[in-house]
Design a protein around this ligand. Sequence first.
Ligand code: GLN
Length: 249
Amino acid sequence: MLLSCPASDLHIKSCQRARTVYLPPRLNIINTLKRNCREGIKTKIGVIGLQGAVSEHLDAVKRAMEKLGIRGEAIWVGNSEQLVGVDGVIIPGGESTTIGKLMQRTGTFERVKELAKSGVPILGTCAGLIVLAKLGGEHVVQTGQPLLELMDIAVIRNAFGRQRESFEADLEIPLLGEKPFRCVFIRAPAVSEVWGDVEILAKFHEKIVGARQRNMLAVAFHPELTPDTRLHEYFLKMCQKVDSRLSNK
Ligand code: GLN
């Protein structure tokens, strides 16, 4: 029965042994994946679908779920009711001013804030990273664009300048393993400052382009635009019911 669920094959023996003694975070997640598979629990990821690279994220989540053997779905979220029961939320790239304003108009702004505070994992990519920030640079202050103020980070919009509006780079992101991750930057922001318990995950030319704080993950690039699903896989592991909230610390 367990063979139909690829995640269940992972380290099954060591998990069983470990359960009685000590459960390191990774094994916790593997156990949760196995249990969810066994019990037919589905993982539901909501992608805020008001503007920007939405379908690409829906597709990337699907690919990552297949890879991990997770049963579940990614749904297009246009209003706050659609966020009921989600195990994780993705705020995509696009135009952060528009995304923030439309989130306010649709009630998803407040709802995402509540979900994040209750421990539901949130992934923000590019414009999504900006929306997650507590502080914006001059540009953000000038336009008065709404920020969720969830992560202890300050951001600069369009940090890589006009002449370099779009580029790709292979970056080392230890969180995702040894193999460099191809990062697509499109009029990308950068994190100018972090505080609190924020961990820096990736840098490009001394600029911070990836950060994590408890249940929140933010990157300045577009992981949904490459075939590499490692970042979405990592996020999905964060979203595995209950146990992941513990192992995510
Ligand atoms: N420059 C955009 C902004 O400030 C972000 C670009 C993107 O998401 N690709 O909102």
